[in-house]
Design a binder for this molecule. Structure first.
Ligand code: BGC
Length: 473
C-alpha cells in the first residue's frame, strides 16, 4: 500500500516537472527572433531623468526641480538640472538607439516645457523641442511613443494641491488636448501616465518622492483624481488623434505569501489590490478593488455623481512595468493595512544594486495575472531592466550580468506569450544611464553608459547584444 502511494506521488511529481520543463524556455538559447516579426522592441526613458536644461528656453519649474533642490531629499543631493543633457544631445541618443536596432522609442513630455505654469501661457521653444525629437525619430526610422506624464508635475499646480485637487482633471485635460493637437499627426502611440501607483504612493502617501506629501487622505484623493484624469485624457486622445494607439503604464509585481503560509493571505490580497489592481481596474469598468482591501472604500468620500462612469476608458493596451516580486506577511504595523512586505535582503535572494529582487519568473506571473482581465486587449512591457555597478574600461562596459538578466526575463515573457497572453512588445529601461529619482545617479540602468563628467556615451555589451539579436535578417 505504502509503496504504491509513494509511487503515485513520484509519478505525479515526475509528470509535473515534465510539464514545467516543457513550458519553461531556456534562457541560454533564447533568440529574440522567437518573438515573431510583429513584436515591438524599444527602449524607454523619461524627461526629468534625461533632459537636463531644467530652466532653459522658457521651461517652468516642476515638482522634481523643487524637490531635488531641497537638501536632504536625494542621495548625495544630486539633481536632474543637467541629467544626461538629452535636451542638447537627443540626435546622438536617437542614433545610438537606432544603431542598437530598436525600432520604437518611448519618451515623455515635460509638462512645464510646454506650459511653464501648468496652464495658460504656452512656451513655443518647449513645443518646438518635442517636434525636434519626434522628427528626428521619424527621420531615423524610429517610431516615437509618447508618455504624457512621467511624474514631473508643474510646481505651480502643486502649490494648488497638485493631484489632490480635483481641478487637476481639467489641467491635465488641457495639457493632453494641446499635445494631441500639436503632435497627433506625427505620433500615433500614446501612454497617458507612467506608473500612477508609483507617483501617488511614493509622492502623496510616503513622501519619498516629489512632492513629498504624506498621509492617507492625500493618497485617496490623489488616487481618485489620477484615475479620473487618466480616463479623461484617454478620451481626449481618442477623439483628437486619428488611428491612435492609446495606453497607460502600470508598475506591477506578483505578490506572494511569505513562506507560503495561508495566514498571510489577507496581507497578500491587500498588497495586490494596492500595487496591481487599484489603477487598472477602474478603467476596465470594475471599480476600485474593495474586495482586496476594504479600507479603500474611503475613496467614495471624494467621489461625485457620475464618477463611476467617468472612470472607465477602453485602453488599446496596458503597459506593464515589472522590476521585482513582493513577498508579504501579516503584521501588526501599520494599522488598517496590517501587512508588511518582507525585504529581499532578509530572504537572501539575488538583488540588483537598488536591492530589488531579481526574479525572472515574476514577469511571467504578472503577465499571466493581467492577461486574465477580459478588458485587456493587448499588453506591452513598457519598462523592464536592471541597475548594475558598471565600469568603463578602455571605452567598453562588460555587463554580462545585464545580458543574463534580459535573457532570463525575456524567456519568461516569451513563455507567457506562447501561453496566449497578448503581449506584443518590450521596452528596455533604459536607453542611457540617467537620474534615478531619490537614488540620484548611482544606479545605472542604461544600455548606453554615460560618463557624468564629460557626458560622453559608450554602448555597453548589453547594447551590442540587442544590436546583434535585433539585426535585420
Ligand atoms: C520608473 C522609472 C524608474 C525605473 C527604475 C520605474 O518605476 O518608471 O522612471 O527609473 O522604475 O527604478
Amino acid at each position: 500500500m505504502r509503496i504504491s502511494a509513494n509511487f503515485s506521488i513520484l509519478l505525479l511529481s515526475g509528470l509535473f516537472s515534465f510539464a514545467t520543463a516543457q513550458a519553461t524556455i531556456n534562457a541560454d538559447t533564447l533568440h529574440l527572433s522567437s518573438f515573431g516579426e510583429d513584436f515591438k522592441w524599444g527602449t524607454a526613458c523619461a524627461a526629468y531623468q534625461i533632459e537636463g536644461a531644467w530652466n532653459s528656453d522658457g521651461k517652468g519649474v516642476s515638482i522634481w526641480d523643487e524637490f531635488t533642490h531641497t537638501k536632504g531629499n536625494i542621495h548625495a543631493n544630486e539633481n536632474g538640472d543637467v541629467a544626461v543633457d538629452f535636451y542638447h544631445r537627443y540626435k546622438e541618443d536617437i542614433r545610438l538607439h537606432k544603431e542598437m536596432n530598436f525600432d520604437v522609442f518611448r519618451f515623455s513630455i515635460s509638462w512645464t516645457r510646454i506650459f511653464p505654469d501648468g496652464v495658460g501661457q504656452i512656451n513655443p521653444a518647449g513645443v518646438q523641442f518635442y517636434h525636434g525629437v519626434i522628427d528626428e525619430c521619424i527621420a531615423q526610422g524610429v517610431e516615437p511613443w509618447i508618455t504624457l506624464y512621467h511624474w514631473d508635475l508643474p510646481q505651480n499646480l502643486q502649490e494648488q494641491g497638485g493631484w489632490t485637487n480635483r481641478e487637476i482633471i481639467d489641467w491635465f485635460s488641457a495639457y493632453t488636448q494641446f499635445c494631441a493637437n500639436e503632435y497627433g499627426d506625427k505620433v500615433k502611440n500614446w501612454m497617458v501616465m507612467n506608473e500612477p501607483a508609483g507617483f501617488v504612493g511614493l509622492g502623496y502617501m510616503m513622501g519619498y518622492h516629489a512632492p513629498g506629501e504624506k498621509g492617507i487622505s492625500n493618497f485617496l484623493k490623489a488616487t481618485h483624481y489620477t484615475c479620473l484624469a487618466m480616463a479623461e485624457s484617454g478620451r481626449i486622445l481618442r477623439s483628437t488623434v486619428n488611428n491612435a494607439n492609446i495606453g497607460s503604464t502600470f508598475s506591477c509585481s506578483p505578490v506572494e505569501s511569505y513562506k507560503g503560509k495561508s495566514k498571510n493571505s489577507r496581507a497578500v490580497a491587500k498588497l495586490d489590490a494596492l500595487l496591481n489592481r487599484l489603477f487598472i481596474e477602474p478603467s476596465l469598468g470594475l471599480g476600485y478593488p474593495y474586495d482586496g482591501f476594504s479600507a479603500l472604500r474611503k475613496i467614495e468620500k471624494h467621489m461625485e455623481e457620475g464618477d463611476a462612469e467617468k472612470l472607465k476608458f477602453e485602453f488599446d493596451f496596458i503597459g506593464v512595468q515589472n522590476y521585482f516580486r513582493v513577498v508579504a506577511k501579516r503584521h501588526l504595523w501599520p494599522p488598517v493595512l496590517w501587512a508588511k512586505q518582507i525585504d529581499s535582503k532578509k530572504r537572501s535572494v539575488p538583488v540588483n544594486e537598488m536591492g530589488f529582487e531579481i526574479y525572472p519568473e515574476g514577469i511571467y506571473q504578472i503577465l499571466k495575472q493581467l492577461g486574465e482581465y477580459e478588458g485587456v486587449r493587448e499588453i506591452i512591457v513598457t519598462e523592464n531592466g536592471v541597475c548594475v555597478k558598471d565600469s568603463l574600461e578602455n571605452g567598453r562596459v562588460h555587463d554580462q550580468s545585464r545580458i543574463d538578466f534580459f535573457k532570463a526575463y525575456l524567456s519568461n515573457v516569451l513563455r507567457a506569450k506562447n501561453e496566449g497572453v497578448p503581449v506584443n512588445g518590450y521596452f528596455v529601461w533604459s536607453l542611457t544611464d540617467n537620474f534615478e529619482w531619490s537614488e540620484g545617479f548611482e544606479p545605472r540602468f542604461g544600455l548606453v553608459y554615460v560618463d557624468y563628467e564629460t557626458l560622453e556615451r559608450a554602448v555597453k555589451d548589453s547594447g551590442f547584444w540587442f544590436a546583434k539579436e535585433l539585426a535585420p535578417r
